[in-house]
Design a protein around this ligand. Structure first.
Ligand SMILES: [Zn+2]
Length: 256
C-alpha cells in the first residue's frame, strides 16, 4: 500500500515536471520536452565552440570564408534566435562534409561540405538547416530526453549515478555524438527551407543540394565514418517533404 502511494506520488510529480517542461517549436508548432533553459544551453554552446576553435584548424581560404560570412549574415537576419551572438567559422577539414549550429548562434562549417554546396544557395541550404536545429532547440531536447530517461532508470533501479554530465556531453559533445532524430531532421529541413527563402535564396535550390549530396553519398558508399552522412541520413522522405514546402517557401521568397 505504502509502495503504491509513493509510486503514485513519483508518477504525479514526474507528470507535473514534464508538463511544466513542455515547449513549442516556432512555426511547426510541435510540442517538445525542455528541461534545459535557453540561458543554460547558450552557455554550453559558447563553451563548446571555444573548445572547438582551439582544437580544429580554421580555413585560410579567403573566398570561401567571405562566402560563409555573406550567406551566414543573411540567414542570421531572418532566423528567430533571440540573444544570439552570431559567429560563422569555416574549419579546414576537407575530408569532413559536415556543419553544425550550437545554441547561441555559433555556426561551424567544415570545408569538406563546400564541393557539395557549390554556390551560395547550396551553402544557404546547409546553414539554414543547421540554424533551424538551434532555433528548434534540438540539442536541448535531446539532452532533456536523456536526462528524463536517466531519472526514470535511476528510479527503477533505485540507485543514483553521476550521469547527468555524461548526458550533457553526449548531447553537445561537438554536437555529433548523438544523431538528430528523423523527426528533428525533417523539422530542420522544414524551417531551413523557409529561412533560405526569406533570406533571398531560391528555395528550389535546396532540392539541388540534397540531390548532389545523395550523389556524393552513393560515390562514397554512405560510409559511417563521415559524420554528415551518419547524422544526416538522406531519404526520399526528406526530398518529398521539401518538394511539398516549395509553394509556401516561394511565396516567402524575396529576391535580394
Ligand atoms: Zn540536421
Amino acid at each position: 500500500m505504502h509502495y503504491r502511494i509513493s509510486l503514485m506520488l513519483v508518477s504525479a510529480t514526474l507528470s507535473a515536471v514534464l508538463l511544466a517542461a513542455c515547449a513549442t517549436v516556432p512555426e511547426t508548432g510541435r510540442s517538445q520536452l525542455q528541461i534545459v533553459s535557453p540561458a543554460q544551453e547558450t552557455q554550453l554552446g559558447f563553451q563548446e565552440f571555444e573548445k572547438l576553435k582551439k582544437s580544429t584548424p580554421i580555413s585560410k581560404d579567403a573566398a570561401a570564408n567571405a562566402q560563409l560570412q555573406r550567406v551566414g549574415k543573411r540567414i542570421a537576419a531572418v532566423a528567430p534566435l533571440p540573444n544570439a551572438q552570431w559567429e560563422f567559422v569555416l574549419f579546414d577539414k576537407p575530408d569532413t562534409p559536415n556543419a553544425f549550429c550550437l545554441p547561441g548562434g555559433k555556426v561551424g562549417v567544415f570545408s569538406g561540405i563546400l564541393p557539395i554546396t557549390k554556390d551560395d544557395a547550396g551553402l544557404a541550404t546547409v546553414v539554414g538547416h543547421e540554424v533551424a536545429h538551434a532555433v528548434a532547440r534540438h540539442g536541448a531536447e535531446r539532452m532533456s530526453q536523456g536526462a528524463v530517461f536517466q531519472i526514470l532508470e535511476e528510479l527503477a533501479l533505485g540507485r543514483s549515478s553521476p550521469a547527468t554530465r555524461q548526458v550533457v556531453q553526449q548531447a553537445y559533445g561537438l554536437g555529433f555524438a548523438l544523431p538528430h532524430s528523423r523527426q528533428q531532421e525533417l523539422e530542420a529541413d522544414h524551417l531551413g527551407v523557409l529561412y533560405m527563402a526569406r533570406a533571398g535564396y531560391p528555395p528550389r535550390e535546396a532540392l539541388g543540394f540534397w540531390k548532389r549530396f545523395a550523389e556524393y553519398k552513393d560515390k562514397h558508399g554512405g560510409g559511417k565514418q563521415i559524420e554528415f552522412l551518419s547524422t544526416h541520413p538522406l531519404d526520399e522522405e526528406r526530398i518529398r517533404q521539401i518538394e511539398g514546402l516549395i509553394p509556401q517557401a516561394e511565396m516567402e521568397y524575396r529576391k535580394p
